[in-house]
Design a protein around this ligand. Sequence first.
Ligand code: GSH
Length: 240
Amino acid sequence: MAEEAKVVLLGSGFSMFGMRAKIALAEKGIKYEYIEEDLTNKSPLLQEMNPIHKKIPVLIHHGRPICESLIIVEYIDMVWHSNSPLLPSDPYHKAQARFWADFVDNKVYHASRRVWISKGDEQEVAKKDFLESLKQLEEFLGDKPYFGGDIFGFVDVALIPFYCWFYAYETFGNFKVEKVCPKLISWAKRCMQRESVSETLADEKEIKGTSATSTRPRLFPPKFIKVSPKGKVPVIKFHE
Ligand SMILES: N[C@@H](CCC(=O)N[C@@H](CS)C(=O)NCC(=O)O)C(=O)O
């Protein structure tokens, strides 16, 4: 592979956003170099490639950076469009998929983070918001196998990384997603049958373990910066 044509992904630990990019690359069968970032000591490469937000994931293709996980997934889908399409070609269905992926970021993620970092009454409100957002997604899913219909696609990629975080949210918030959203859990188990997903998602107990103590608000403490033994990525580098 010519140096400039190389595909490189900057990711970190248990990031659900990084997992989205990994799943999309795996769905397309793209070989890439994975670089694990220490977010407590960001590399010059990350700062150069994402000078605005300095966040992972960043996809580097032909030496050029693409930032923001949903934009990365869409880029991967456009560049490698001949196999496993993730976004529908129909403009209305495409707009709908983008709407729900945005909903995952703006509703599910924010509520889940509040479940994670808060306590008491604040956590009760966060739990309610989190479950309500999942319920709305479950209603959109309906009886379809995947959010877009019969084919695993964009909204599935956007949401499924959160599944490995459910156990931690449930433990800290003392609730069960399955009780409220059984169809959503069946959908998640269906997604887990795909190698792209099962090989990417982190171990739920390991995720919960990162937060058992006062480190909870720090999602990615240095000692947990490692590559999951399940992660089958072509090249792994660690920054010193
Ligand atoms: N909206 C961004 C969110 C990315 C994000 O929050 N990344 C976190 C890791 S999960 C990060 O890099 N945090 C470092 C920081 O905030 O300094 C996306 O979808 O890519």
